[in-house]
Design a protein. Structure first.
Length: 251
């Protein structure tokens, strides 16, 4: 599966789009998701400008039968208290979710959990599964769910039991990553991860087992934020990521 770019897809003619989708099918490649291209974290003018263009962007995705869009929630702020941040995210992401729902698309929110990502900020914000579920509930839109990343699940202190309380529809997409073996947990940085099931620091067996029990069916991807992988040739990196995924699922 590959991620989608709505601007590119929206610029294709009907014939070009059908040719492109046919090529993907011939290679046995499908869509995973698209990333949110609206600035919802900054000034209101930037958000409004992005939202004005957003329906057309989504239409380009909908034409190509892309069914999911995701983004992440920053876990802290120097200027907004928890409540202020909660209100801002609720109002803006609700608007995003409504446009996506009009185009038959689901919307996934990912929480960011490593302590190093929020400890130096003035105000903490949502960085656990429970807090993100509270945010989603407040949005009140039927097409919104979680992006579950084993990396953030581990850093949040979330458990397989927390996943078992979900329904399959609560999970939009899944990321699989492992953590460094020789770094204290509270010193791990978000941009330094390991391929899944490579160190065993993160209990991928429990993570995937819980998702299987709730009946999750959807994209699972690797995020190789790792210097060794970055230095590989593209084909070599793809092979390494696929091997890691297979090892994780075999567990």
């Amino acid at each position: 599966m590959v991620d989608a770019n709505g601007a590119f897809l929206g610029g294709l003619s009907d014939g070009e789009l059908q040719d492109f989708l046919g090529y993907m099918k011939s290679k046995n490649v499908g869509w995973a998701m698209a990333g949110l291209n609206v600035d919802f974290r900054g000034e209101d003018a930037a958000f409004r400008e992005g939202m004005a263009k957003f329906p057309a962007y989504c239409h380009g995705l909908q034409r190509a039968k892309v069914a999911k869009m995701t983004t992440w929630v920053l876990p802290a702020s120097d200027t907004l208290t928890y409540r202020e941040n909660f209100k801002l995210h609720t109002m803006r992401l609700r608007e995003v979710a409504k446009v996506l729902n009009d185009n038959g698309m689901r919307f996934g929110l990912e929480y960011v959990s490593p302590r190093t990502s929020w400890v130096n900020k003035r105000y903490q914000f949502s960085h656990t599964m429970a807090e993100t579920r509270e945010l989603i509930a407040e949005m009140g839109q039927p097409n919104v769910g979680l992006v579950l990343d084993s990396w953030h699940w581990y850093h949040a202190g979330d458990t397989a039991s927390d996943i078992s309380k979900l329904q399959a529809k609560d999970v939009v997409s899944v990321d699989l990553n492992d953590a460094p073996a020789n770094t204290p947990k509270d010193q791990m940085k978000d941009g330094n991860r390991e391929l899944p099931a490579s160190t065993g620091v993160i209990d991928v067996k429990s993570f995937l087992g819980a998702l299987e029990k709730i009946g999750y069916y959807g994209p699972v991807r690797v995020e190789p934020f790792n210097d060794v992988v970055r230095q590989m040739q593209p084909d070599q990196a793809c092979d390494a990521a696929m091997s890691a995924l297979k090892k994780a699922f075999a567990s």
